[in-house]
Design a protein around this ligand. Structure first.
Ligand code: ZN
Length: 485
């Protein structure tokens, strides 16, 4: 009898312990989760304030519609646009797309960090404040992943390419160097020293919970909507994924096509990045053509609608890239130099595409480098860390800067500004503020800028030339205050 009572007491005690343990675990869990949420809300509020201050400083908050160059994108107002009943996006430098379902939302890309809080607030207020089940990251670039930490909830799946973390690693490690290059092309960026150094704004540190390999299709259903995330490398980096909504024939592409559709892709980016692979790009494109999309939602600017137009555009891009690739290979095998091929290879009329983002001649050079690396077999000097510019000052002293500048003047009048720039560089190696040399440099840059504006209108070439012109003007003002010549 006593033993039975004792056993009963132990049982009760054990049950009580178990109940207490469950209660403690639940309390700890809920407390941790609510602390996390409070912290996240505070971070979003902080980011909102920083973002608004940045927009004010740039004077871009209400700057109206733009034609899409990277500098102009910062002026694009942040607002919500609808594509279908269940697909909306917040505009900005990079779009953040929200797909609503009966069982929560899917977010595709999370924008630039300084704009992400505004995008999040607007989407949650006007589209849906439902649970965020999935965040899909098209690739690791800063203008596509900035708000991920603000969007992610306790059980959100973060889906990205298997190469995402590796791309994020090298971009993080090289950030101080790349930041300076980016700033030349995107002058609205604050200087490295002046940038807000808050931890929540720092690039990187995102760990996907599900990765998708190249050309793998990861399918999931949410509510009554089918989703497919497809690994589509070769565009802006090795870690591109796109998302396909088969029921609606909508393809959400990040930067797979660049900011406009159709245009020649950025196989080389002037900002500097690992070489991009045209053959992978073609393989990815073929996969996307087979889907027969009716709507394309890009990472920048607005959607393209119309199955026939989209198919024709995608086929043209594919054939243009294939053409440039094959012509480069043929030229290399025929013993032609990279410069000869940059001049010779041009898209035939039936493959004509805008080159304001990616340029054919730079793609040729990039394909060459991708296959052969940096040693061109043209000169022994390529093998040693002694560039031609190291002898420029001695060369100028030997030849005399006056006769050199007469030569460059000659080049300028013959319409050969790049040759003139070579000579000017020889002179400025020993006389960096030579008035005639700087004036000729300015003239050469202006000719190139005019040609760029009348020709391909390549955004990056134009930013670069304008930056170089500014620098030249600035140098002259230092030496010759009050005068432009
Ligand atoms: Zn982008």
């Amino acid at each position: 009898m006593k033993t039975l009572q004792l056993k009963g007491a132990i049982k009760k005690l054990l049950l009580l312990c178990l109940a207490l343990f469950i209660a403690a675990a639940a309390w700890l869990y809920l407390n941790e989760e609510s602390t996390r949420r409070l912290k996240q809300e505070a971070e979003i509020r902080t980011m909102d304030v920083i973002g608004k201050a940045a927009a004010k400083r740039l004077g871009g908050e209400n700057a109206g519609v733009t034609h899409g160059s990277a500098v102009e994108l910062i002026k694009r107002p942040i607002e919500i646009r609808g594509v279908t009943d269940n697909i909306h996006y917040a505009t900005g430098v990079g779009n953040t797309v929200m797909i609503t379902t009966g069982d929560g939302v899917v977010v595709f890309d999370t924008g630039l960090v300084i704009q992400s809080a505004s995008q999040l607030r607007l989407l949650k207020e006007t589209v849906s404040s439902g649970p965020v089940r999935y965040i899909i990251l098209s690739h690791s670039h800063a203008d596509h992943i900035g708000g991920t930490r603000f969007w992610a909830e306790e059980n959100t799946q973060i889906v990205a390419h298997t190469q995402f973390e590796e791309e994020q690693r090298y971009l993080s490690e090289l950030e101080p160097y790349q930041y300076g290059r980016n700033r030349i092309l995107f002058p609205w960026m604050p200087s490295w020293e002046e940038r807000p150094a808050l931890k929540i704004m720092r690039y990187g540190g995102i760990q996907p919970t599900r990765t998708v390999d190249s050309w793998e299709v990861y399918s999931f259903d949410l509510g009554d909507t089918e989703f497919q995330v497809i690994g589509a490398p070769g565009a802006e980096g090795a870690d591109n994924v796109v998302m396909w909504l088969p029921q609606q024939k909508v393809l959400i592409v990040g930067d797979f096509f660049g900011p406009q559709f159709p245009q020649f892709p950025n196989i080389f980016t002037m900002r500097g990045e690992k070489v991009r692979k045209p053959v992978e790009y073609i393989k990815s494109l073929n996969m996307l053509i087979e889907l027969e999309p009716e709507v394309i939602i890009p990472g920048h600017l607005d959607p393209t609608v119309g199955a026939a137009q989209i198919r024709a555009g995608m086929e043209r891009i594919r054939d243009a890239v294939q053409f440039v690739h094959d012509e480069t290979i043929a030229g290399m095998n025929a013993g032609k130099s990279v410069e000869e091929l940059m001049l010779e290879i041009q898209l035939p009329p039936h493959l004509e595409l805008a080159q304001n983002h990616g340029r054919v001649d730079w793609a040729v050079r990039s394909i060459w480098d991708y296959y052969m690396g940096w040693f061109r077999f043209e000169s022994t000097t390529e093998l040693y860390p002694v560039p031609a510019r190291e002898v420029y000052a001695d060369l100028a002293a030997t030849a005399g800067s006056e006769s050199l500048l007469a030569l460059s003047r000659n080049y300028l009048s013959r319409g050969e500004p790049v040759k003139a720039l070579h000579i000017v560089e020889v002179v400025t190696a020993s006389e960096p503020r030579n008035k005639t040399a700087l004036s000729q440099r300015k003239e050469a840059l202006q000719i190139l800028l005019q040609r760029a504006n009348e020709g391909t209108r390549n955004d990056y070439e134009i930013y670069w030339l304008k930056n170089q012109l500014d620098r030249t003007n600035h140098m002259k003002l230092e030496v010759f205050p009050g005068g432009n010549e």
